[in-house]
Design a binder for this molecule. Structure first.
Ligand code: ARG
Length: 584
């Protein structure tokens, strides 16, 4: 199916050509905006005229004289100090949408030329630890970015850089050696049991570690055994990892998110190459020895008392840490995975870490100009009181409890509205509505901002929520069912009402919006688009009778607008990782 050029892009190109002809030598962008006065307003002429020392109104008039009206542009006129108001023909709107409708998979949205490879690091919980609300953001945002990037044609490779290495494993493994049988084999437990076992072992081993110096010493030796690859020690470490994965998978499943085993590549995966990373950095002089440790200094990164804060590649005792694994991972992602973009969806509190890691990799030549590295640092999830989200007892909230509660609240909402749903169907919808609500609340705010976790607001039927969008979708499906034998069909010859035009132009902008949101790593722009789509649909539905329209042609054309709205909602929500049940 041939890709469809959006009306915005089409008009923009026409205006830019006319501008270049009117002002030879300039490459002008007309800067098209949706407007209340006409369909679009172009307001890029002022700046261009200023630069060329031309009169903006005159330049605008010259552009107008070079535009052929008729097929796409119905009317174009100069307004204000040098804006252009553009009105589109009804035929072009319906015609463009008909082409989109004929391509149910992509709605006419093209794939970008010269797509690159983005390695996206997201959903990275830590072994033997409960997932919390911070891990939720990384998973939800990362999954949505990945959906959007894939849709534009970018190749994405996921990396779940789980925390599966470190000195804490000495204590855990030593405890297991002294208390065998405390962890059941991973194959015998479900997610909940796995986590409760891990929690118990963690607490118990911590208690002995803090109170028993002999154990502390044995745990320390166990770290050395782990690092030197002792077989028995590694086997037990693997048991912790496997057990944790059972738990991770259960949470990701609850989150309705696909996670592939071959993309779970944790810190430990880079162990073998970390000594080489250190050696290369030391040999090239990028890293230097300081008090026994191997570190990298930066001019502009200073802490208290203006002391430089270094990135520690290797500790004085020879151990490698978080930075060494990230540096080694960069080499792997660039050289072996051929990444052109490295995207990290990690809490903004780690932004300094990434700044130092990226700069080090640049100095070492591992990150060339052709590779972009970006940490999409996200803000904190706050409780209703505006403080970081905690339980009443002041503990961090377990991700699972939170998801369960969201689903439970959603069940109340679904049950209240449910007319012809069985109890099983209510439960199934409740999961789709509840998890959708959690994801949407996260994705509809700009990622770098904090947001309040407020379940009442999240599952509300009014306002900017996923439930509102899901209901809009389900209502359309119900109209399509009621239409019976009358099928949606485009009639470009029909005149459109203002509400149809507004809805139509917005529908046509879906692809442009996804591209912009993907390029800016801004899922909230897609969410805002979808919310506006549902609002425009509501106005259309209020103002334009569908099944009781004047003629059958008009009913068919309106059903076509309904169906394309539904498909666009469905596609857009799917990119964000949110379901659109056909009945609610
Ligand atoms: N596991 C880490 C945490 O929970 C996040 C890992 C982020 N990714 C990375 N490549 N460092 O804080």
């Amino acid at each position: 199916m041939a890709p469809v050029t959006s009306i915005t892009a089409n008009v923009n190109a026409q205006l830019s050509d006319a501008l270049t002809a009117a002002l030879p030598g300039t490459v002008g962008d007309a800067l098209l905006r949706r407007s209340d006065r006409a369909d679009f307003q172009a307001n890029g002429i002022l700046a261009l005229a200023k630069k060329a020392k031309a009169n903006p109104r005159e330049l605008a008039a010259q552009v107008v004289s070079r535009i052929t009206t008729g097929d796409v542009i119905k009317d174009i006129e100069v307004s204000g100090p040098g804006f252009l108001n553009v009105t589109i023909t009804d035929k072009a709107i319906t015609g463009n949408l008909a082409q989109r409708y004929a391509d149910p998979d992509r709605l006419g949205v093209p794939r970008k030329d010269g797509a690159g490879v983005t390695v996206i690091d997201y959903a990275q919980p830590n072994v033997a630890k409960e997932m919390h609300v911070g891990h939720l953001r990384s998973a939800v945002i990362g999954d949505a970015l990945r959906g959007m990037l894939d849709f534009t044609g970018e190749k994405t490779i996921g990396r779940h850089h789980i925390g599966d290495w470190g000195t804490q494993f000495g204590m855990l493994i030593q405890y297991l050696i002294e208390n065998p049988g405390e962890l059941a084999p991973a194959s015998e437990v479900d997610g909940e049991q796995a986590m409760s076992n891990l929690n118990r072992v963690y607490k118990a081993s911590r208690a002995v570690f803090d109170s028993d110096d002999g154990f502390k010493e044995r745990a320390r030796k166990r770290v050395v055994a782990l690092q030197s690859g002792d077989k028995e020690t590694l086997d037990l470490w693997q048991q912790f990892v496997d057990e944790s994965k059972v738990y991770f998978y259960s949470v990701f499943e609850k989150l309705d998110m696909e996670v592939r085993d071959d993309e779970i590549v944790g810190e430990s995966a880079y162990n073998d190459l970390m000594p080489q990373t250190a050696r290369l950095l030391e040999e090239s002089g990028v890293a230097v020895r300081s008090e026994g440790a191997l570190v990298v200094f930066f001019d502009d990164i200073r802490g208290k008392d203006d002391q430089p804060v270094p990135l520690i590649v290797q500790k004085a005792d020879g151990g490698f840490g978080y930075a060494a694994s990230d540096l080694t991972a960069i080499r792997n992602r660039v050289v072996d995975l051929h990444a052109t973009t490295l995207l990290y969806v990690v809490d903004v509190r780690q932004s300094l870490h990434f700044k130092m890691v990226f700069e080090t990799a640049r100095r070492a030549g591992w990150l060339g100009d052709e590779v972009t590295a970006h940490n999409m640092g996200y803000g904190t999830v706050l409780g209703a009181d505006g403080k970081p989200f905690k339980t009443r007892e002041g503990e961090t909230v377990k991700l699972e409890d939170l998801l369960d509660e969201a689903v439970q609240r959603a069940a109340e909402v679904v049950r209240e509205k449910a007319q012809d749903l069985t109890e099983d169907e209510i439960q199934e919808r409740a999961a789709q509505v509840g998890i959708g609500a959690v994801k949407y609340a996260d994705l509809s705010t700009s990622p770098n901002r904090d947001y309040k976790f407020d379940l009442d607001q999240m599952v509300s039927l009014n306002g900017d929520t996923s439930v509102y969008l899901q209901y809009a979708y389900a209502r359309i499906q119900s109209i399509l069912r009621k239409a019976g034998a009358v099928r949606p069909s485009a009639h470009p010859e029909l005149e459109l009402a203002p509400a149809e035009r507004a809805l139509g132009l917005h529908l046509d902008a879906f692809g442009d919006t996804v591209f912009e949101a993907a390029a800016e790593y801004a899922p909230h722009k897609l969410a805002a688009y979808l919310y506006q789509l549902a609002s425009l649909y509501t106005s259309f539905y209020d103002q334009c009778p569908v099944l009781k329209a004047d003629t059958t042609d008009q009913t068919e054309n309106r059903l076509f607008l309904c169906d394309l709205t539904a498909r666009t909602l469905h596609q857009g929500m799917a990119l964000l990782g949110i379901r659109t049940p056909a009945r609610l």
